[in-house]
Design a protein. Structure first.
Length: 256
C-alpha cells in the first residue's frame, strides 16, 4: 500500500506524526552499519513506489522528482510518495518539455530538454533502486563535490558500476531502467501503463501485487519513531520548528 503526501491547507501539527518513519535517505544512510538495504527490504519499497508511479501515470501525471528524500515511511513502515511540486499532468497522447528535477536523478531526455511523457520517472526510479541497494547514487557519490555539468555528463554517458550487493535480477532491472534512451528503457513502451512492464520483471517475482496494493503485506521494517526524533534533535535547532513552519512534505495526504 502506498500513499501520497501532498501540500494542502492542513496544519503541519495534524500530520507530522504520520511521517515520523523518516524518508528513505535517512534510512539508507543513518541507521548504522554500511549504507543501503538488503535486497528484501529494497524490493518491498521499490514495489510500493512502482504502485505509486502506476497510479500517477494512469491519472496522466508524471512525477519528475523520484528520489530517496521524497519517499517517506509512515509509522507502520509503508511508503508515502511526497512532494509533487514538479509533477505535471500530460493530456492523453501528448508530451511535455522541461528541464526540471534533481541533479543526478534526471533522465538524459530531461537534461537535453527533449520532449517526454512518463519515461523520466522510470529512470529516476532506477536511480532510487540502485541507491537503496548500493548505498550510493549511481552517478554521484554522497557528499561528492562535483559540478552539475559533470553529473549531467555522467548521466548521459557513463555506465553505472555494480557491486556484489546486487543480485543478477537486481542488476538487470537497474540496467533496464537506467537505459540512456527512453525508447529502450523499461517501463517506457506502454505510455500510462508502463508499470505493467516493470511489475513482471523477475526481480519482483516474489511480490504478490494484489496483496501489496491492498496493504496486506507486512513491511520488512517498522520505524522506531524515537530514533528519528533523536536524529531530528541532533540535526535541527528545535524539533518544535516542525510545528511552527509549514512543510510541504507533511501537509495533508490522501489514499487511493
Amino acid at each position: 500500500m502506498v500513499s501520497f503526501a501532498l501540500p494542502s491547507s492542513f496544519e503541519v501539527q495534524k500530520h507530522f506524526f504520520k511521517f515520523l518513519g523518516g524518508d528513505l535517505k535517512f534510512h539508507i544512510y543513518n541507521m548504522g552499519g554500511e549504507p543501503g538495504f538488503e535486497l528484501t527490504r529494497a524490493r518491498f519499497y521499490a514495489a510500493e513506489v512502482v504502485c505509486g508511479l502506476e497510479h500517477l501515470h494512469q491519472q496522466g501525471i508524471v512525477y519528475r522528482d523520484c528520489k530517496p528524500e521524497n519517499i517517506l515511511l509512515d509509522d507502520h513502515g509503508h511508503v508515502r510518495i511526497s512532494d509533487l511540486g514538479l509533477a505535471v499532468e500530460i493530456p492523453e497522447g501528448e508530451m511535455v518539455r522541461g528541464r526540471v528535477g534533481t541533479v543526478g536523478y534526471m533522465a538524459p531526455e530531461v537534461i537535453d530538454n527533449e520532449k517526454y511523457a512518463f519515461s523520466p520517472d522510470w529512470f529516476s526510479f532506477g536511480c532510487l533502486l540502485f541507491e537503496m541497494i548500493e548505498g550510493q547514487a549511481p552517478f554521484r557519490a554522497r557528499k561528492e563535490k562535483v559540478k552539475r555539468e559533470e553529473v549531467d555528463r555522467r548521466v548521459k554517458e557513463d555506465v553505472e558500476k555494480y557491486s556484489s550487493k546486487f543480485s543478477e535480477d537486481a542488476k538487470t532491472l537497474c540496467q533496464q531502467l537506467l537505459m540512456k534512451s527512453a525508447k529502450t528503457r523499461l517501463g517506457c513502451r506502454n505510455g500510462r501503463n508502463g508499470a505493467k512492464e516493470v511489475k513482471v520483471n523477475p526481480f519482483f517475482t516474489s511480490i504478490n501485487w494484489k496483496r501489496l496494493e491492498a496493504g496486506l503485506l507486512e513491511p520488512p521494517f517498522i520505524p522506531d519513531v524515537r530514533k528519528f526524533l533523536i536524529f531530528l534533535s541532533k540535526n535541527f535547532l528545535k524539533v518544535e520548528f516542525f510545528f511552527s513552519a509549514p512543510c510541504r512534505l507533511c501537509q495533508g495526504c490522501f489514499r487511493y
